[in-house]
Design a binder for this molecule. Structure first.
Ligand SMILES: N[C@@H](CCC(=O)N[C@@H](CS)C(=O)NCC(=O)O)C(=O)O
Length: 206
């Protein structure tokens, strides 16, 4: 399988998941809609977005939620997603949808978009604190978003909590959330994926 990704973007969650699951996934970085081999990324992902997961069959999944769940389901014994048919699986879908729509798109999209009007950015930034309050409530004092173990939802949360840091939001104001984030950063798969992606960012900035 090939995972088309952008360093430290939302595709980091899929990168982490592939490593957590120990799956043979080749990570291919995309820049300016070109693949690492200079190919047209739109030919792989029609919307030009990462993550895109190209399966051995040639089929492509192109939404984070489906990519994460597909990877988790390829290695059920890794416990990265609850079994289908259980209420926990629906809680996972509920959480992934919340993170993708409310946090990723509604909050961060305008903050990161270079052409977003200043007042739109200001309005989005006003949501940073309340969003962290809500996520902390969702965690309910526990370390994981769904059940009692690390799932793909936590891989996504690690990615998004990094972004809160990038935009200058000090997670230490949410001590439990901050402590959990620090713990998750120590996970070998998280450290490895972030190491590779930070290296790619440095290489691009050089
Ligand atoms: N709905 C998609 C959104 C994916 C997305 O926004 N990806 C961003 C990176 S975090 C991207 O590829 N942006 C490139 C662009 O906007 O051109 C998902 O949840 O996977």
């Amino acid at each position: 399988m090939e995972l088309f990704a952008s360093p430290m973007a939302c595709s980091l969650a899929s990168h982490i998941t592939a490593l957590e699951a120990g799956l043979p996934v080749r990570v291919r970085f995309v820049k300016d809609k070109k693949t690492d081999e200079g190919g047209d990324f739109f030919a792989i992902a029609a919307n030009g977005y990462v993550p895109a997961l190209r399966l051995e069959s040639g089929e492509v999944l192109n939404e984070g939620s489906s990519v994460l769940q597909y990877l988790a389901d390829r290695k059920p014994e890794a416990g990265l997603a609850p079994a289908w048919g259980t209420i926990e699986r629906y809680r996972l879908i509920d959480t992934l949808n919340y993170l993708a729509t409310e946090v990723h798109k509604k909050l961060f999209q305008p903050i990161f978009a270079p052409d977003a009007p200043a007042e739109t950015k200001t309005a989005a930034k006003a949501l940073l604190g309340p969003t962290l309050d809500y996520i902390a409530r969702r965690l309910g004092g526990g370390s994981f978003l769904v059940g009692d173990r690390f799932t793909v939802a936590d891989a996504y949360l690690v990615t998004l909590l990094n972004w809160f840091g990038f935009v200058g939001c000090d997670l230490k104001r949410w001590p439990t959330l901050h402590a959990d984030h620090q713990n998750h950063l120590q996970r070998p798969a998280v450290a490895q994926a972030m190491g590779v992606e930070m290296e790619e960012r440095k290489r691009r900035a050089a």
